[in-house]
Design a protein around this ligand. Structure first.
Ligand code: AMP
Ligand code: MG
Length: 351
C-alpha cells in the first residue's frame, strides 16, 4: 500500500512539474503581412515557439493564395472564370469554390436578391478600384443589368455550376475573403493556437481571448476618417467581424462618391444613407455575405434580417452620424467619438 502511495505522489509531482514547465514558457506575438485578394492581410498569433509560429502563418498565406487562384476574376484559370467563360454549360469546380458559391446562393435567397453573385458584369463595367473606373452611361448599365440574374445561376450535385446566359459573370468579391478567413481560423485551431487575430483587409476574426484571458476590443472604423481611426469599440472573443463600407473602394466625380457595393436592381452603387455596415457572428463567410447584404438592404430591412438570425449582430452607420445597433449589441458597443449617436430601434423583432 505504502509503495502505491509513493508511486501515486510521484506521478502527481511529475504532472505538476510538467504543468509548471508549460506555464513558465511565455507566449509571444508572431505576426506577418501579405498582399492578396486585392487587399492587405495580417495574421498575428501568440505562441511559445516563434519559428513554428512563422511557419504556421506561412501555411495560412499559402492557403489564401490557393483560394485566390480558384475564386479571383483576375486570374485567367480560376474556377470563377471557367464558369464565366463557359456560360450555357455546367462546369465542374473545386470543393472550395462550391462551398463559397453555395453560401452565396443561400445569402441571395436570405437577402431577397440584394446579395447577387451574378453581379460580375456590373462590377467590371464600373471598374471601381481599377485603372478603368468610370461612371458608365445609363444605356451601358441597362445592358449590363440584363446579365445580372441570380435565378440563372444553376447548380448540380458533384460541384457543378452553370450560368444560363452567355455574357453573365460571377463575382465572389463580397464573400471570398470571409471564406479565406474561416480557412485560416481552422488552420490555426488545428495547430493548437489559442490566441490570434486574423485581419484580411478589414475582415477580422479573433481566435480565442487575448493572451491574458481578456476579451478582445475591436475598433470600428470611422467611415469619415483615414483608415485606422476608430469611431467605437466592440468587445467580443472568438468571433468574426466584417465591415462593408463606402470608403473601401471608391472614386469621386463631380463631388459624388461612387463606391463598390452595387444594387443589382438599379445597377448603381447603393445610395441609401448607409456608409458602413458591420456584422459580428461565428463564421467570417456569413459575416462577409451579410455585411454586403445589409449594406444594400438599408437600415430597416437590414436590421430586420439580422434580428431574425441566431448569434448574429450588426452595427450600421449612416451618413447623418447615426449608429443603428441590433438588439444584442447594446451592451457590447461603445462610441468613442461623440459626433456619432446611437439611434434606438424597436426591439420587438428579436426572435
Ligand atoms: P464587400 O466589401 O464584402 O461588401 O464586397 C464588395 C464586393 O462584392 C465588390 O467589390 C464586388 O466584388 C462584390 N459586389 C458588389 N455588389 C455586390 C452585390 N450586390 N452582391 C454581391 N456581391 C457584390
Ligand atoms: Mg462582404
Amino acid at each position: 500500500m505504502k509503495k502505491f502511495l509513493k508511486l501515486y505522489f510521484c506521478i502527481i509531482l511529475l504532472l505538476l512539474m510538467s504543468l509548471l514547465a508549460g506555464c513558465s514558457k511565455k507566449k509571444d506575438i508572431v505576426t506577418d503581412s501579405a498582399y492578396m485578394l486585392g487587399t492587405h492581410l495580417n495574421i498575428s498569433i501568440w505562441t511559445d515557439d516563434e519559428k513554428e509560429g512563422k511557419q504556421v502563418i506561412k501555411e495560412c498565406f499559402r492557403r489564401i493564395s490557393e483560394i485566390e487562384r480558384k475564386m479571383s476574376v483576375n486570374i485567367k484559370a480560376s474556377d470563377v472564370n471557367k464558369i464565366n467563360n463557359n456560360a450555357g454549360n455546367f462546369v465542374k469546380v473545386s470543393e472550395d469554390t462550391t462551398k463559397v458559391l453555395n453560401k452565396g446562393i443561400k445569402y441571395t435567397e436570405i437577402s431577397s436578391g440584394a446579395f447577387d453573385p451574378t453581379i460580375g458584369r456590373l462590377v467590371k463595367l464600373w471598374g471601381i478600384g481599377t485603372q478603368e473606373e468610370k461612371v458608365p452611361k445609363k444605356i451601358e448599365i441597362d445592358e449590363a443589368l440584363k446579365f445580372v440574374n441570380y435565378e440563372l445561376l444553376k447548380k448540380k450535385d458533384n460541384n457543378e455550376f452553370k450560368l444560363d446566359k452567355k455574357g453573365m459573370q460571377i463575382d465572389l468579391g463580397g464573400i471570398a475573403k470571409g471564406y479565406a478567413a474561416d480557412e485560416v481560423y481552422s488552420i490555426l485551431k488545428n495547430k493548437g493556437i489559442e490566441h490570434g487575430v486574423i485581419n484580411l483587409g478589414g475582415n477580422i476574426y479573433t481566435l480565442g481571448t487575448k493572451v491574458d484571458g481578456q476579451i478582445w476590443k475591436i475598433g470600428i472604423q470611422d467611415p469619415l476618417e483615414p483608415t485606422g481611426t476608430p469611431m467605437g469599440v466592440v468587445e467580443f472573443s472568438d468571433k468574426a467581424i466584417v465591415t462593408s463600407g463606402n470608403y473601401e473602394r471608391f472614386f469621386i466625380k463631380n463631388d459624388k462618391r461612387y463606391h463598390h457595393i452595387i444594387d443589382p436592381k438599379t445597377g448603381y452603387p447603393v445610395q441609401n444613407g448607409i456608409i458602413s455596415s458591420t456584422i459580428i457572428t461565428d463564421r467570417s463567410m456569413d459575416a462577409d455575405a451579410l455585411s454586403t447584404s445589409v449594406y444594400i438592404l438599408g437600415v430597416e430591412k437590414g436590421l430586420m434580417l439580422i434580428e431574425k438570425m441566431k448569434n448574429t449582430e450588426c452595427i450600421i452607420i449612416t451618413k447623418d452620424y447615426r449608429v443603428h445597433l441590433s438588439s444584442g449589441m447594446k451592451n457590447k458597443f461603445k462610441i468613442e467619438n461623440d459626433r456619432f449617436q446611437i439611434e434606438n430601434h424597436n426591439e420587438d423583432n428579436k426572435h
